[in-house]
Design a protein around this ligand. Sequence first.
Ligand SMILES: [Zn+2]
Length: 152
Amino acid sequence: MPSQLGPAPPATSAAVAKSMRGNQAKDTAPELELRRLLRAAGYPGYRLHWKKAPGHPDIAFPGRKVAIFVNGCYWHRCSLCEPPMPKSNVEFWSRKFELNIERDARKTAALVEAGWRVVIVWECELKADSSCVLQRIQGVLDARYSPSCSLM
Ligand SMILES: [Zn+2]
């Protein structure tokens, strides 16, 4: 296991403080938005941070074994929009982001291992085209489970 990081260095600006508070928060704005979309599309049967699913995904459909993670681009280092790195305490934040990415990969691997299908939704995708994101998720939710087919 990676060693624990010490406490976060003090925020250097109000904006940094705001995004630091957003780290690993539950019920983030993108999560709420996606849950609203899923309910509106007729998929109300999800569990939030379900303890019985490996990695406690943000949204889980236990019957269909579909897990959805709604990733904040900044904290999970989105490769679609490539958010800027912090300008101070670079070493601390690089390590912190690395641990986040490793944790994400472990969670996905554990879920796939247990027979779940995993969908990663990025905050910027939801902002850019939420109906496209919903279609992608519907495709996974409605597809028959096929063990040889791993969808990301
Ligand atoms: Zn992004």
